[in-house]
Design a binder for this molecule. Structure first.
Ligand code: AMP
Length: 541
């Protein structure tokens, strides 16, 4: 027998309608490119968002059309987060740190019709503009106008008729947003988030055993809105009516600390690199910043080291909360809060647990598979983490690639090698994919290897991550030269430099006699990592 409850659709228009009805006077603050503060209320936000939807419709955006954005964390981008889905389009955020090649590929693959781009990122367009076909390019302007042939966002919104807006009623399973993963092998792959998955993920982030984001919070997502929807924080914040503080392009420790203090920020989130910088700044100026409002600094995207969690707590009385997630899951899968039965543990034991990635969110399930079978939850046996739940991707967009990541019984293979303890807390040990994560951004070792191996004098090249105090990981190239040939590190780097953004280039090149291989002929990267685990770029120079 079926239950007799309404088939109410969980959608972003419903979320916006709630914000309109309930949170009018709440504030949204943005740090503009010129560092000034833009302030307005939810009432203004909803009004402009509706107008944006009307304008997009008038420009020809139809249900299911993809609208791309290249922007920082700003009120304009937030309007796009809701305005595009409320025009029944699909919000497609693109990472401006990708190469022009990747951006062109992604826009083409997603078949984006419209691109919204921040005025400060216009130079990026030159790299790919003639390779993509777009109906319109809209510029998030900050006082100046849009260049010839592009539309000025501010004018577009100003001129649209709010009265022409009506809340659409999409099906909750319809796509509302999309992001591309960074490709491990091959090209980036698209993940399509449904309205329903975003709504459920938002409710989950509001739970107190997760981030507990509530109306009284002042929330500053350092994690960019172009990186898996800023971990869903703009959505949950709008759902609950929290004050939103958007840092724009100013992600340096000094600006962030000013924002935290001035806007009485209660919860912030980002990758370890950013918060290592903030920690250094706090250490350098003890007592200079009043962060008494801050209840949680959420760190994820890469492992938050135990030493960092301790340093924040012991030196500055600040609570770091470790979280884990991925593009294929909206993205938060676990948040590491301690259970009541852990209260009596020693401080050391508590820090040890807080450095783990935590237990699964409500309705997310974890299991880990070893070489033969699922591994026990003993905190010792390693296996590849598999997940399932209402905000886990069921396949990639429009490609056969990556099909093997979805198991026959409906789980997603994350590629993360973990242990799971008796409390269900995961601890990431390694990644089966050999990507390098520098400052929260992926660098594909495979792409670098292939480029290096295209050099005439190179027989083989493997690129591995070496630990880096600032960026967490940086690429090191390990190269075997062909017999009788020679090449310098500089020659190899300049050979590949035209094909990668500068920050992706290896910090150093080491020449070796041979690279260890696995039985199937793949590089044995574990062995290389072991060999170079104490490697320091400074020492090699
Ligand atoms: P992305 O899809 O770019 O968000 O990257 C997801 C991957 O980042 C995961 O599969 C993990 O390998 C890694 N990751 C995310 N959060 C953490 C964390 N807290 N600790 C260690 N690795 C993490």
């Amino acid at each position: 027998m079926r239950g007799l409850t309404m088939e109410y659709q969980l959608t972003l228009p419903a979320m916006l309608r709630r914000a309109e009805a309930l949170y009018g006077p709440k504030e949204i603050v943005t740090r503009c490119p010129d560092k000034s503060f833009h302030r307005y209320t939810y009432r203004d936000f909803v009004r402009r968002t509706k107008k944006l939807s009307v304008a997009l419709r008038a420009l020809g955006v139809r249900p299911g059309d993809r609208v791309a954005t290249l922007g920082w964390n700003t009120y304009q981008h937030l309007e796009a987060y809701f305005g595009i889905p409320c025009a029944e389009g699909v919000l497609h955020t693109i990472n401006p740190r990708l190469s022009a090649d990747d951006i062109a590929y992604i826009i083409k693959h997603a078949e984006d019709r419209v691109l919204m781009v921040d005025e400060t990122l216009l130079d990026l367009l030159d790299g790919f503009r003639d390779r993509v076909e777009l109906d319109h390019t809209i510029v998030f302007t900050h006082g100046g106008g849009a260049p010839e042939g592009m539309l000025d966002y501010e004018r577009l919104v100003e001129e649209a008729d709010e009265g022409a807006f009506s809340y659409p009623e999409p099906d909750e399973w319809d796509a509302a947003a999309m992001c591309y993963t960074s490709g491990t092998t091959g090209r980036p792959k698209g993940v399509l988030y449904s309205h329903r998955s975003i709504c459920l993920h938002s409710i989950s982030l509001g739970m107190s055993d997760m981030l507990g984001i509530a109306e009284r919070d002042s929330v500053l997502p350092v994690v960019p809105m172009f990186h898996v929807n800023a971990w869903g924080i703009p959505f949950v914040s709008t759902l609950v009516g929290a004050k939103q503080v958007l840092p724009g392009p100013h992600l340096d420790p000094k600006s962030l600390l000013e924002d935290f203090e001035q806007e009485r920020v209660t919860i912030t989130a980002g990758v370890p690199t950013v918060f290592l910088g903030v920690l250094r700044e706090l250490d350098a100026s003890p007592g200079a910043h009043d962060l008494s409002a801050m209840r949680a600094i959420v760190i994820g995207g890469s492992a938050a080291p135990e030493g960092m969690i301790r340093a924040y707590q012991e030196r500055h009385g600040l609570n770091v909360v470790h979280a884990w997630g991925m593009t294929e899951m909206d993205p938060v899968g676990s948040v590491c809060n301690l259970r009541s039965w852990m209260d009596d543990l020693s401080e050391d034991e508590k820090y040890r647990i807080r450095a783990k990635q935590g237990p699964p969110a409500a309705f997310i399930e974890f299991r880990a598979r070893g070489a033969v079978d699922l591994v026990p939850w003993d905190g010792k046996t390693m296996g590849e983490l598999e997940v399932r739940g209402p905000w886990v991707a069921s396949s990639y967009f429009n490609t056969e690639e990556g099909k093997d990541k979805f198991t026959e019984d409906g789980w997603f293979r994350t590629g993360d090698i973990v242990t799971i303890d008796e409390n269900g807390y995961i601890e990431i040990q390694d990644r089966s994919k050999d990507l390098i994560k520098s400052g929260g951004e992926w660098i594909s070792s495979v792409a670098l290897e292939n480029a290096i191996m295209s050099h005439d004098a190179v027989a083989e090249a493997a690129v591995i991550a070496i630990p880096d105090p600032k960026w967490q990981e940086r690429p090191l190239a390990v190269v075997v030269l062909k017999e009788g040939r020679s090449a310098t590190a500089e020659e190899i780097i300049s050979h590949i430099a035209p094909h990668f953004p500068k920050w992706q280039l290896p910090d150093a090149v080491e020449f070796v006699e041979a690279i260890p291989h696995t039985a199937t002929g793949k590089f044995l990267k574990m062995a290389l990592r072991e060999q170079f685990k104490d490697y320091s770029v400074a020492k090699s120079q």
